[in-house]
Design a protein around this ligand. Structure first.
Ligand code: MG
Length: 257
């Protein structure tokens, strides 16, 4: 009789322990309960507006405006010289042949980035020689800018390609001279002891069309050479490329994530 009672009590204790352990596991797995009212609510912001043929769009209220058409105060040349040799003309910034990259004075890592660009309406050159520039995330990973309207080139060098790695899913280019948008969601790579432990990822919408779908970046952008990672800081400046063509940019804003 005593043995039976002992077995029963021991069984109840073990069951209670199992339930407690399971509950602890659940708490570990889910930080918040379903519809948990104590969960912090999303911060209220004012969304931006889209650019139209007549008006330049506005950034969301929580974005850092990097270029609003007025000045290049947030930018410098690649060697740190300010003001940059890039010019502002009619409220837009334009690359100048031989000026080199323009870069932000501030550094960024994970981000949502909005960029508007236009290839020269005066069409000169072909393939990679026509309306070439680039958005270099962390100054290292290029989302290609290129006039790809009726302009053949190699697939991983098209506009909105992760240059040398991933062609865009479609060619959504507008005619040269027309304003085009890139909306980019980027997560930086993580390094440990000089080795990449979590590669960077990028999602790109070109003129509102998904063209890079959470692409896992293979490494630093190089030309005619397979990419690999070189360890770097958690935040680095954003750069735009001078590739010898007068490509214009406007309405540039970023939301660090
Ligand atoms: Mg380029």
């Amino acid at each position: 009789m005593k043995t039976k009672r002992f077995i029963l009590i021991a069984g109840v204790i073990v069951a209670a322990m199992l339930v407690t352990l399971q509950a602890a596991e659940l708490i570990k797995e889910y930080k918040w309960g379903v519809h948990d009212n104590s969960r912090p609510k999303p911060k209220i912001i004012t969304p931006g507006t889209f650019s139209t043929d007549d008006a330049v769009g506005k950034a969301p209220s929580d974005a850092i405006v990097l270029f609003d058409g007025k000045n290049l105060d947030k930018w410098c040349d690649n060697n740190g010289t300010s003001p940059s040799k890039w010019i502002i003309k009619d409220g837009v910034m334009e690359s100048v042949k031989g000026a080199g990259y323009i870069r932000t004075k501030d550094s960024f890592g994970d981000c949502q980035l909005h960029v508007e660009w236009a290839a020269p309406s005066n069409v000169i050159g072909n393939s990679q020689g026509r309306g070439n520039s680039g958005v270099f995330l962390m100054g290292t990973y290029e989302i290609q800018v290129l006039d790809c309207y009726e302009n053949e080139t190699y697939a991983d060098g098209y506009a909105a390609a992760v240059y040398g790695q991933s062609p865009p899913l479609v060619n959504a280019c507008k005619k040269p001279g027309q304003w085009q948008t890139y909306d980019i969601i980027f997560h930086r790579p993580h390094f440990k002891d000089g080795k990449v432990v979590k590669p960077a990822t990028v999602t790109v919408l070109h003129n509102g069309v998904l063209v890079q779908d959470h692409w896992v970046i293979e490494g630093t952008t190089w030309h005619k050479r397979r990419s690999e990672y070189i360890a770097h800081a958690d935040a680095l400046p954003l750069k735009f490329q001078d590739h010898g063509n007068p490509v214009r940019f406007r309405n540039v804003w970023i939301r660090p994530l």
